[in-house]
Design a protein around this ligand. Sequence first.
Ligand code: NAD
Ligand code: IPM
Ligand code: MN
Length: 449
Amino acid sequence: MDDSRPRFARFILDEIGSIRSPGKFERQLWAWIEHGPRENRESFRNEHGPSFSFVDFSEHRQLLKKAKSGVFAWALASVRILRSTLLQSTAYNPKMTNFSIAVIPGDGVGQEVVPAALTVLKRIGQKYDVEFTFDNYEWGSDYYLQHGQMMPADALDKLRASDAILLGAIGHPDIPDNVTLNGLLLPIRRAFDQFANVRPAVLYEGVQSPLAGRKGGDINMVVVRENTEGEYAQVGGFLYHDQPEEVAIQTAVFTRRGIERVVRFSFELARNRNKKKRVTSITKSNAQGYGMVLWDRVFQSVASEYPEIETESLLVDAAAMNFVRRPETFDVVVGSNLFGDILSDLSAIVVGSIGLAASANLDPTRRFPSMFEPVHGSAPDIAGRGIANPLATIVSAGMMLDHLGLEEAARLVDGSVTAVLADGKARTPDLGGTATTADVIAAVLEKIG
Ligand code: NAD
Ligand code: IPM
Ligand code: MN
């Protein structure tokens, strides 16, 4: 034990010396704070803001017990010293200027909309003196046709080293979707514990909603989708394959921890958005008496910690109706993996087009890189024609900037997209226009300046 102290101290000093980015810094702090007492984490949250307020501390109870003895006690004391000194240290640069971004354009229109977002990010880099290193990975269906797998065996290790991931779309008409999606997109969401899939739906000025009487600004909601378990848990199998008596079992997995963290995330989001301060929970607990009932109970219990946030629980069928009937009443909507998937296509079309729907797959604890991608798929019906709407991916890139701490740049991207849509000149066919992807990129770049 005595021997390990100097080594530990040196390790910390080395690490302080090597801190170059808040992403890495946060990950290291996370590792230390995992072994610290509750007050330590609370004050860390206070100092570092909302991104840490979603952490569910209860899961670390075992570690806390261990922290009372042995080497953990030493680690704990070190964390206290770290907190008081290191956070003010000049080695900590809260505004990072160098980011490594893993880029996976993927299939179909992914190959068109991702380059569009990259031109925007490059311009942002110049404007804000931020250096982006883009590592381009040509994984996906073509890779599969050549190698028999969607991405190489070490793909997750490569991605893990990045600060964020930008993804286009996955899906090929000649390859079964369960092969392509379970070979690339879904494993990334799970492996990097990106449990909160944030999908905003905003009716922009100048965009026509298919619903009568709604104008720009009327609809502004966020669907938060549980992204790691539920109906997407891939637990099950086939029995008597291809026989007349064939059986398929597909099990949904709901865990208290999984529900609690995404529900808490949603309440924090409603609080931080500071709009209608309402969280709507979506289930089907009238028919599914276990997982969905657990969801309802956990929702109620987390809701009691947020008395200032109004709550609503809807069955998913009624929610589908109300997304059309009264979309303006929603603020944050939280649902399971499948329900969130379905409702976010609905919310996308209610505000004009899936070509505008952005998303962030977040690991709010920042242990792993988060992934940013449009909600839409590879759109084989329009791929290769140069008419895909790039705005969903550009807005997703804006969400990535925000996540990386570049809030001002994120606001500029959002503002530029808003201005292009309000002008109404550069509109792709999904928005009723005749513009090409290139026209829209040019318009956005002009607004960014
Ligand atoms: P899709 O989102 O690809 O297309 C649905 C409709 O929306 C199509 O008419 C398409 O032309 C249109 N559309 C989509 N993106 C657009 C854009 N940027 N601009 C203009 N119009 C756009 O959904 P789909 O047709 O059900 O699926 C096609 C493939 O994509 C399938 O293989 C599916 O599994 C996959 N998929 C992947 C993702 C993903 O990678 N995240 C998401 C959804 C679907
Ligand atoms: C999405 C997509 C994916 C999902 C598919 C392609 C697996 O529809 O991102 O919304 O259901 O998560
Ligand atoms: Mn979907």
